[in-house]
Ligand binder design. Structure first.
Ligand SMILES: NC(=O)c1ccc[n+]([C@@H]2O[C@H](COP(=O)([O-])OP(=O)(O)OC[C@H]3O[C@@H](n4cnc5c(N)ncnc54)[C@H](O)[C@@H]3O)[C@@H](O)[C@H]2O)c1
Length: 285
């Protein structure tokens, strides 16, 4: 049983992962370089602990103070020294992630596994230069983490069977299951979904349909729970743009060329739900 998990990065995904771990009784050390992100994460986690069982009845009911009491919020990487497992959720940028793995590698016991919560980056690439490449794995959590019972688990070239088994054990403790896939940029989910989202943006850019029409067609004709542009807003348009850039660079394939509308929305801080405005507008909950 895992007792204490290090969570690196306290943004949308890091705070979601930390909230789900604490809901399942697992201690967390949540590390971010930005104090304001840690403060925001504390209030987001409190909100999740309060509302998760209402919107998702399978989520455990835990008093907010008890859940927050299981989390150490810190800017100090050294605090993760005694963690049994680390889930990394920093910005989707290979250079930033690799620097984080170098720090973790120096701080953690050699048997500790590191999982990358990444949208598109290759796990094998992230493991380069690390003393424990067999202990690096990809765990692609979906947002909102507490309501998604399945995680895409990516096996790098060096990832060992024991590492995969430990990930599955941790996910079981979080009442989730893994679908284990291979390691190519974007894996299964984002290699396909980002083409959908990008093409939906081109449709709006070309004046073929409105944002709402595109999403309604996916929901009412195809039975999807969310349309591609609503999904992009939920993920964060900056994260979608970073991911498309990784896919484009990795495959050298023009099919991943991002729509200029996405860049102009990111430049004007229309990032989706997290900034209150994206393809849609959102009120503070
Ligand atoms: N947003 C989604 O729906 C989603 C879903 C699955 C996976 N992902 C992946 O999860 C990762 C995080 O995405 P996000 O949406 O939470 O991004 P985000 O921008 O909300 O959060 C990233 C956090 O990382 C922190 N950070 C940056 N450099 C750091 C460092 N060196 N050390 C510690 N913290 C650092 C930032 O301060 C920020 O708080 C990305 O790789 C993304 O592709 C995102």
């Amino acid at each position: 049983m895992f007792e204490r998990v290090g969570v690196i990065g306290a943004g949308t995904m890091g705070s979601g992962v930390a909230a789900d771990l604490t809901l399942h009784g697992i201690g967390v050390v949540l590390v971010d370089i930005d104090a304001s992100r840690l403060a925001k994460a504390r209030s987001e986690i409190a909100k999740t602990v309060r509302f998760a069982p209402i919107v998702y009845p399978k989520a455990p009911k835990v008093p907010v103070q008890e859940a927050l009491g299981r989390i150490v919020f810190t800017q100090e990487f050294s605090a993760i020294g005694d963690c049994d497992f680390v889930i990394e959720n920093v910005t989707e940028n290979a250079a930033i992630k690799k620097e984080v793995y170098r720090k973790l590698d120096a701080l953690c016991r050699l048997d500790v596994c590191f999982s990358a919560n990444t949208s598109c980056l290759s796990i094998t690439e992230l493991a380069r230069g690390i003393r424990r490449p067999e202990r690096i794995v990809g765990m692609h959590f979906m947002n909102p983490v507490f309501a998604k019972p399945v995680v895409e688990l990516m096996r790098g070239v060096h990832t060992s069977d024991d590492t995969v088994r430990r990930c599955e054990d941790l996910l079981r403790q979080m009442t989730k299951e893994a679908i284990v896939v291979g390691d190519m940029p974007g894996f299964v989910s984002n290699r396909i979904s980002h083409l959908f989202m990008n093409e939906a943006m081109w449709v709006v850019h070309d004046g073929v349909a409105t944002v709402s029409q595109v999403d309604q067609i996916f929901k009412k004709c195809f039975g999807h729970a969310m349309g591609p542009l609503e999904t992009a807003d939920l993920i964060g348009l900056d994260v979608v743009m970073d991911s498309l850039d990784v896919l484009y660079a990795s495959y050298q394939d023009p099919k991943f060329r991002r729509c200029p509308l996405l860049k102009s929305m990111v430049d004007s801080d229309r990032l989706g739900r997290k900034s209150g405005k994206g393809f849609y507008e959102y009120q503070e909950e």
